[in-house]
Design a protein. Structure first.
Ligand SMILES: Cc1ncc(COP(=O)(O)O)c(C=O)c1O
Length: 403
């Protein structure tokens, strides 16, 4: 390994060559083995938490592949190797949070570049680009990316990125990733897909033509609501630019966070199957309930994106949104009445969560085109016994209707 001063921005920011992924193996095998060979000194079968800020160097100007833990850490490398193998990417870069990962992608742009963003992205994504990156000359507009004619009309000569989230948050809209990739490429732009809701277990955006996948690994990839993290999965050249930016800016995940995420990823496939099963049952229950006026779940045949989702995804995921009769007040009562569904932001953990997007996760888009309905509730359906979840919702809906 050539020397690379971690403080020298011209040097390579690759901490160590990532070992080759194992693309020939099945998904669940890659989740457990990619980047996770037994540790060579002791044979530990679990990647150790390399809790160190620096690495001893054998000679001046030579290092083992790791020199300073902002630039790289072996636990982080293992996570990055695994995530790249799962998304079918040449390389992944793990970040301190999903928003840190997105920030790095936006920093690849130049002043004057335009980003065309889906009109119902996660509120924090919109807040970041609209309130932070526009101050440095990045331009952004929002459009319904499900309407390809509207997308064509909204493209500008300066459009460099299309930013898609599918299923979207919180309305679970389904976007045609292959069609958007083609549109972007015809225009000389790139497609970024936020794959947080679907995860690579259910949807493979790079295989559909996307150029970059971003993740909040805080959600399903971590899977246990115990760690905040993010990742970008992409080609080697883009990943090198991201790794340079990350080393220069500093939003790195700590080794314990990388380890927790890696542990979560091992069970991703089985968890996503169970999340999807439980969510389908919850969506069917809600659709039949008199206190519910609308249900959004891409697995239901009445969902406008159902056929596309069936083509693009291998199952429909664990997120369900629904609208409650009686408006915002009734919706708040329901959200405050569940026992097993904890009232909390975030999603993707083994435990079920309920939230009011308008007041909680999406408060930052109030008054904009991205505002969500006041009677909307979002569920992250966990992997508990589904009969218990249905009983919990039944009782909460009764409490919501009771005033
Ligand atoms: C779809 C989506 N993308 C990105 C983010 C941001 O990730 P983080 O909270 O890890 O910064 C979130 C967070 O809720 C999200 O739901």
């Amino acid at each position: 390994m050539t020397p690379s001063d971690h403080s020298d921005p011209t040097d390579d920011a690759t901490p160590a060559d990532q070992p080759p992924a194992v693309p020939d193996h099945g998904f669940a095998t890659r989740a457990i083995h990619a980047g996770q060979d037994p540790e060579p000194v002791t044979g530990a079968v679990t990647v150790p938490i390399f809790q160190t800020s620096t690495f001893a160097q054998p000679r001046v100007g030579e290092h083992t592949g790791y020199e300073y833990a902002r630039t790289g850490n072996p636990t982080r490398t293992a996570l990055e190797t695994c995530l790249a193998a799962l998304e079918g990417a040449e390389r992944a870069v793990a970040f301190a949070s999903g928003l840190a990962a997105e920030d790095a992608v936006f920093r690849l742009l130049e002043p004057g570049d335009h980003v065309l963003m889906a009109d119902d992205v996660y509120g924090g994504t919109w807040r970041q680009i609209a309130q932070v990156h526009t101050r440095f000359g990045i331009e952004v507009s929002a459009v319904d990316l499900a309407d390809l004619d509207a997308v064509r009309a909204a493209l500008r000569p300066t459009t460099r990125l299309l930013w898609a989230e599918t299923p979207s948050n919180p309305l679970l809209k389904i976007l045609d990733l292959a069609a958007l990739a083609e549109l972007a490429h015809d225009h000389g732009a790139q497609l970024v897909a936020d794959n947080t809701f679907a995860t690579p277990a259910l949807q493979q955006p790079l295989a559909l033509g996307a150029d970059v996948v971003v993740h909040s690994t805080t959600k399903y990839l971590g899977g246990h609501s115990d760690v905040v993290g993010g990742a970008v999965c992409t080609d080697e050249a883009t990943a090198q630019r991201l790794a340079f930016l990350q080393n220069a800016v500093g939003a790195v995940p700590g080794p314990f966070d990388a380890w927790l995420t890696l542990r979560g990823v091992k069970t991703l496939e089985v968890r996503m199957a169970r999340h999807s099963e439980n969510a389908a049952r919850v969506a069917a229950f809600l659709a039949d309930h008199p206190a519910v006026t609308a249900v959004a779940y891409p697995g239901r045949t009445d969902h406008p994106g159902h056929e596309l989702a069936a083509r693009q995804m291998s199952a429909f995921g664990g997120m369900v949104s629904f609208r409650v009769a009686g408006g915002m007040a009734a919706a708040k009562r329901v959200a405050e009445s569940t026992q097993l569904f904890f009232l909390a932001e975030s999603l993707g953990g083994v435990e079920s969560l309920i939230e009011h997007p308008g007041i909680m996760t999406h408060a930052s888009v109030a008054g904009t085109a991205l505002e969500v309905p006041a009677d909307l509730l979002r569920l992250s359906v966990g992997i508990e016994s589904v009969t218990d979840l249905l009983a919990d919702l039944e009782a909460a809906l009764a409490a919501g209707a009771a005033q």
